[in-house]
Design a protein around this ligand. Structure first.
Ligand SMILES: C[S@@+](CC[C@H](N)C(=O)[O-])C[C@H]1O[C@@H](n2cnc3c(N)ncnc32)[C@H](O)[C@@H]1O
Length: 330
């Protein structure tokens, strides 16, 4: 049986101290989201969402092909990006600060964040907040080698290069590449990273691991390529009861030590979706060939009042973040 949220939190000595209860804010969010205009196809999709999701997951994972579900989706997004139709640098839900810890983690880069496109601020925040799980963030990351597994269209890497220029190297890997960024980004599978053992200091993984079939194998790869004392910084979303083991047992089985609490970011993600998901969704409605999949994009981008959005608000999906360390002495 999948552990409840509380069981997971207790298993790790509690989640972040400054996590707020969800209830009060959610009322306002629901009120504002009622204003959202929905097409009939979106309503239909919304009603079927949970059932469909579970069915897809069950069928594909039963035959060991869960990752196959996502491949065409990201190949399609990459194609749109390459053609300049919907050139999105980021494919995550974004993060809006709520707690003092969030504010502190994001504060030092606010000045340069202002120079980035405003509609990407919450996407960038998600990267910076995840990087801030590293104990040497923000000022002592000098000379470290960072690899992002599943870097998508590279927006996060571009931000990290800009905001943390003293890192020795910033590289990315993804199954689907849109831009090699001068050789810094390469193609590869999360289960089989084409890098030498003990060759990086930080592995970053942002809102991507839900796509992988074999999570333990992915974690073993992260462990293998990290130098002793290196960090695996992770954030992602999971339906309750699915993959719950990921943040409990799998990293430890791979050899990692959990550093700090497992953070609960549902509220921060909902706040970000309230700010930006309509904008992203509208970009997908500009052309007939993207508009015909509106029923899917609405929930994919977490538009308010879709099944995905409500599942995060109602905590049927959990958005988590944590840092694990490869022990310095093996
Ligand atoms: C939700 S997107 C997130 C991308 C990026 N981290 C961001 O925040 O913009 C998930 C990414 O995971 C990649 N992906 C899915 N399965 C993968 C695999 N087995 N190996 C490597 N990358 C994979 C997809 O191609 C996609 O770019």
């Amino acid at each position: 049986m999948a552990p409840s949220n509380r069981t997971e939190e207790l298993a790790h000595g509690g989640i972040d101290d400054d996590v707020q209860p969800v209830t009060a804010d959610v009322t306002n969010k629901n009120a504002s989201s009622n204003e959202t205009q929905k097409t009939s196809s979106v309503k239909f999709w919304d009603k079927s969402f949970s059932l469909l999701w579970q069915s897809i997951f069950n069928v594909f994972s039963a035959i060991g092909l869960y990752g196959m579900f996502w491949r065409p989706v990201y190949a399609y997004l990459a194609l749109l990006h390459r053609k300049g139709v919907t050139p999105l640098r980021f494919m995550n839900y974004g993060f809006a600060a709520i707690t003092e810890g969030d504010e502190k983690a994001l504060a030092h880069k606010r000045a340069i964040l202002k120079e980035e496109p405003e509609d990407e601020h919450t996407n960038i925040n998600l990267y910076e907040r995840t990087l801030a799980l590293h104990p040497l963030h923000p000022h002592k990351l000098d000379g470290l080698d960072l690899l992002e597994i599943s870097c998508g269209h590279g927006g996060g890497l571009q931000w990290i290069e800009r905001a943390h220029p003293t890192l020795k190297s910033v590289r990315g890997m993804d199954m689907t590449i849109v831009d090699t960024m001068g050789g810094k980004v390469f193609q590869g599978n999360a289960y089989n990273v084409p890098l030498a053992d003990e060759s990086v200091d930080i592995v970053l993984n942002v809102e991507s691991s839900h796509c992988y079939d074999d999570q333990p194998r992915f974690l073993r790869n992260c462990y293998r390529i990290l130098r002793p004392g290196g960090y695996f910084l992770w954030t992602d979303i999971r339906p309750v009861g699915i993959f719950a083991d990921f943040w409990i047992n799998d990293p430890v089985d791979a050899g990692f030590e959990l550093v700090g609490p497992i953070l609960d970011w549902n509220e921060q993600i909902v706040k970000s979706l309230d700010q930006k998901s309509k904008l992203v969704f509208s970009k997908f409605s500009e052309h007939w060939y993207t508009r015909m999949f509106n029923f899917f994009w609405a929930t994919f981008w977490g538009l308010p009042n879709t099944g995905m959005y409500r599942s995060i608000v109602d905590r049927k999906f959990l958005y988590r973040a944590a840092a694990w360390k490869k022990p310095a002495v093996q």
